[in-house]
Design a protein around this ligand. Structure first.
Ligand SMILES: Cc1cc2nc3c(=O)[nH]c(=O)nc-3n(C[C@H](O)[C@H](O)[C@H](O)COP(=O)(O)OP(=O)(O)OC[C@H]3O[C@@H](n4cnc5c(N)ncnc54)[C@H](O)[C@@H]3O)c2cc1C
Length: 436
């Protein structure tokens, strides 16, 4: 049955109050199909992927799926539309027990990489913004502290981050250095008792409210990359929300300005001394990002599968039309192959055989394949395919930033291309020769 949530809600005054008539209750406006606030059952596991998982992995998958469907699905369209982060949902997200992922100790769950990846997909299946929030907090900020931090830094930061009592962000990208992030210009200058950070960052997820900011900056003396833990409210630190995003609207991405931000010596991450040092962090996070499009595709498939059976045209359910069935089957086939690629990536990582090219191919390929899934899903829902209330439009938009972050599709393809050919092609050949 259709849900009771009131969709939309008229225009807004400058002070945020609503004007005009409220939108009609969706259950009355469109009684034929159930909106995503009542999340559909999972029906995409056609090749029984669950059989490849351990009992523990199956159990955490089930737990995360259940919490996401019950607690997050009813509120996500509203927060997505308002482009606000649902702070009241933080305890629910903490109850998933996934923050800290594979990290052992310090209150972290110590999951297998496979468990961590499938839970990332389960979160993305219901809401991609929540999965990005967790990704940045856990797989970037927490993993950097765990792999590159001192014992004191781990003891100090990880326990509260693992319970989501505090929130982390991870700042690499700059306005002038996106794909070319290793050329970043934010500087860290040695001063008595610590460092001064100066510069600018862009797109940093969670940064407008994060308690712990993991910041990558260039050492003014050595010119090498260093990492720092910057605390919320540090004098000279300013994070401003990036407005008007068309995807991952619940995620609060910020522009950050550092103006002589003092970081005490004990907050410099001793394990970050070059760009290579963060490649082990990026290896884990790229696997996690590869699983986001898988989860998004699963949610879209589940939604379309239910919708096509509920909605009738020409006197029969939409599911009865051959064209619709072919689209549904193409989506399902893509999901089966994505699941197997994602799973194999985890196994390669677990056995120590995963290369940067493997991880990049995984991320590039799942995000490209998922683009076909969400675009077919959007078609299948007709007009409702552009409404956030039926998930698919929201998922369609949410996939786009994922296609572009943690290395765009192109950059990840070039990482794999370099590995399989032995030739780096990031710079046009003429410029590379001229060493520009
Ligand atoms: C929603 C969102 C969240 C993000 N969160 C974070 C975060 O938390 N922390 C963080 O540090 N960063 C974050 N980012 C930044 C993200 O990683 C960058 O946006 C991404 O690396 C691409 O950089 P860019 O946007 O500057 O694109 P550009 O580098 O300007 O690229 C533009 C286009 O040119 C292509 N291109 C660039 N160089 C090459 C090349 N050598 N060969 C071929 N094609 C090329 C790209 O593939 C792309 O199509 C986030 C971004 C988004 C959109």
């Amino acid at each position: 049955m259709a849900g009771k949530r009131v969709a939309g809600g008229g225009g807004r005054e400058e002070d945020g109050s609503k004007v005009g008539l409220p939108a009609m209750d969706l259950a009355l406006a469109f009684p034929q199909a159930t909106p995503a606030s009542i999340f559909p059952h999972s029906v995409s596991d056609y090749y029984q992927f669950d059989d490849l998982l351990t009992t523990e992995e199956r159990s955490i998958r089930k737990k995360v799926r259940s919490i996401m469907e019950k607690e997050i699905a009813p509120i996500m369209a509203e927060y997505w539309e308002k482009a606000e982060f649902p702070f009241n949902a933080i305890p629910k997200l903490a109850s998933l027990g996934v923050a800290g992922g594979t990290i052992k100790g310090y209150g972290c769950p110590g999951l297998s990489i496979t468990a961590s990846a499938i839970t990332m997909a389960e979160i993305a299946r219901v809401d991609a913004s929540c999965s990005t929030f967790i990704l940045v907090h856990s797989s970037l900020a927490m993993v950097t502290i765990a792999l590159c931090g001192s014992e004191a830094q781990k003891q100090n930061c990880l326990p509260s981050l693992s319970q989501l009592c505090t929130v982390g962000c991870w700042a690499l990208t700059e306005p002038n250095y996106g794909s070319d992030a290793s050329s970043l210009r934010t500087t860290a200058t040695k001063v008595p008792g610590g460092w001064h950070i100066d510069g600018q960052k862009r797109w940093i997820g969670n940064s407008t409210f994060a308690d712990v900011l993991v910041v990558l900056a260039r050492n003014a003396d050595t010119k090498q990359l260093n990492g720092f833990i910057v605390r919320k409210g540090a004098p000279g630190l300013k994070a401003t929300k990036i407005e008007n995003k068309i995807g991952l609207r619940m995620v609060q991405n910020g522009d950050i300005v550092f103006n002589k931000v003092f970081v005490p010596e004990e907050d410099r991450l001793p394990g970050v001394n070059s760009f290579q040092d963060i490649s082990k962090v990026l290896a884990i996070s790229r696997i996690m990002v590869a699983w986001q499009p898988i989860g998004i595709s699963m949610g879209v498939f589940d939604m379309c599968h239910r919708y096509l059976k509920e909605r009738k045209q020409f006197g029969v359910p939409l599911a009865a039309f051959q064209l619709n069935q072919e689209k549904l089957v193409r989506m399902l086939g893509n999901i089966q192959s994505m699941l197997l690629v994602g799973w194999r990536l985890c196994k390669l990582y677990e056995s120590g055989k995963m290369t940067p090219g493997h991880a990049s191919l995984g991320k590039a390929w799942t995000s490209r394949t998922a683009r076909e899934v969400v675009s077919l899903g959007r078609e299948l829902l007709g007009g409702n395919g552009i409404l956030a209330d039926f998930l698919v439009a929201k998922a369609f938009c949410d996939l786009e930033p994922i296609y572009s972050y943690e290395g765009t599709y192109d950059i990840n393809s070039l990482v794999t291309g370099r590995e399989i050919t032995g030739v780096a092609s990031f710079k046009p050949a003429a410029l590379a020769r001229a060493r520009l």
